[in-house]
Design a protein around this ligand. Sequence first.
Ligand SMILES: [Zn+2]
Length: 243
Amino acid sequence: MRLSEHVDLVGSGAAGFDLTDPLDCHVYLVRGERACALIDAGAGRGAEAILANVGDAVPEYLLLTHGHADHAGGAAGLARRLPGLRVLAGPPADRWIAAGDEAMISLDRARAGGTYPRDYVFPACPRAAPIADGTRVDLGGGVMLRAIATPGHADGHTCYLLETPGHRALFSGDCVFTGGRVSLQNLHDCRVPEYAASLARLAELDVDALFPGHHEISLNRARRHLTTARDLLARGLLPESTT
Ligand SMILES: [Zn+2]
């Protein structure tokens, strides 16, 4: 599903548009002149459907926003089907994804709470490697992605800023959604002060589009979503939390 000149939506589950497996987050394909990249991988049960939506493109990069299973569970399956795929995630989440550490990615808690089926397991993706804050990924033709470390929702959470000629978009994972909503969860690495600092940092970005990990997508005038979250936190309040 084409969202903009350079971005397609290729996966989305029940907290989105029911394009692929119900457990999948939004999965995006970013096309440059020389290469293309996937943003997040879904939960892993919809890999064939995601790749069908990718079509003829052969992604060179898989940029993960964080280690939660609905975002990173599909990494191993995509890496198996795409032998040249470079799988990157913000540290320390890259190590948890590489090892399939279900406790550190909080899958044990989420599965016990019924968010995942009892038989769901997280496939380890040994190819996962770290991506540092500020790293640029050049896809060619002026299409550039930049990693922005945004801890708070989970350790290692990373947003990706897409810069193309005349247009900027933010892939925000589970850090911020439309309306300035956030995702605060009762998990070991959900940290409010870090979250507030990440949102303040994002609100400085002058973005046109917001491509979050779930729910609605904003194609224009998207900075308002980022400033709403920042302004609530500046008043000592917490933005509305969603899943
Ligand atoms: Zn998450």
